[in-house]
Design a protein around this ligand. Structure first.
Ligand SMILES: Nc1ncnc2c1ncn2[C@@H]1O[C@H](COP(=O)(O)OP(=O)(O)OP(=O)(O)O)[C@@H](O)[C@H]1O
Ligand SMILES: [Mg+2]
Length: 233
């Protein structure tokens, strides 16, 4: 799967981690991949400092959360070959670091990650039209990887437009949109949220799923999305 979103901070990592965890719980060997991680300056190297417990503890860098959820032993480098401190578009973060993100290296890293794995869960960066290099978008990478696309989106106001635009941008490039996941889906959705779910499913002609609020600090507490069928004796 390639997990994208309607933008940044919409729940891509949470959705990708939940998928990875579900597959791992079914006994599959799961590899994870993220082309570039930015904003590492926001994560203290030695974990949260006193007084910062809470948000930071819950919000570990994406490649760390993905590795934990998949239960794999990939190194940072093997999950996310490009990692930068500033929180900005990866093409700019790379430029400021004096380098350029190389699409061939991304594909080679993703391909190496699948060696010996049953499944690959990749997370994009921002939304589909974010540049990884000046002329290479996240969407180009998704097309090159050829994985089914999952779109993380928020359940609330504004999501119909953002989600339908993302679906259109995906299908326009020939991507297979497997599902939209609304996250975090509240225990008691409002009429707007319920209507958003129906409207996106109808206008986007897409499968739509919801992900409840998870305790991000405790992946062990997450329910499997679809529990595996009982084993035959
Ligand atoms: N199902 C959920 N349970 C708990 N928190 C959630 C859930 N979905 C989204 N969130 C909240 O949204 C925030 C952003 O989620 P996440 O880090 O997955 O977004 P993202 O799209 O991966 O962001 P980025 O663009 O930085 O990679 C999380 O820190 C969390 O607070
Ligand atoms: Mg993320």
């Amino acid at each position: 799967m390639f997990v994208t979103g309607t933008g940044t901070e919409v729940g891509k990592t949470v959705v990708a981690a939940a998928i990875a965890r579900t597959l791992a719980a079914e006994g599959k060997r799961v590899a994870v991949f993220k082309p570039a991680v930015t904003g590492l300056d926001d994560h203290p190297a030695d974990g949260p400092q006193t007084g910062q417990i809470g948000r930071l503890e819950a919000h570990r860098p994406d490649h760390v959360m993905l590795r934990e959820a998949a239960g794999c032993s990939q190194s940072d480098e093997e999950i996310a070959p490009y990692r930068y401190g500033p929180a900005m578009s990866p093409h700019l973060a790379a430029l400021l670091a004096g380098e350029r993100i190389d699409p061939e290296r991304l594909l080679a890293t993703a391909s190496a990650a699948t060696d010996g794995a049953d499944a690959l869960v990749a997370e994009g960066v921002g939304g589909l039209l974010v540049p990884l290099a000046p002329a290479y978008l996240v969407r180009d990478l998704a097309v090159a990887l050829g994985l089914p696309l999952v779109i993380a989106a928020s359940p609330g106001l504004g999501t119909i437009n953002h989600t339908l635009l993302t679906i259109e941008a995906a299908r326009g490039a020939g991507l297979d949109v497997a599902a939209v996941v609304l996250t975090p889906w509240p225990a008691e959705p409002t009429e707007i949220e319920r209507s958003n779910r129906e409207t996106i499913a109808a206008l986007g002609e897409v499968r739509i799923e919801t992900l409840p609020e998870l305790d991000l600090r405790r992946p062990g507490s997450w329910p499997a999305l679809h529990p595996p069928p009982p084993r035959r004796r």
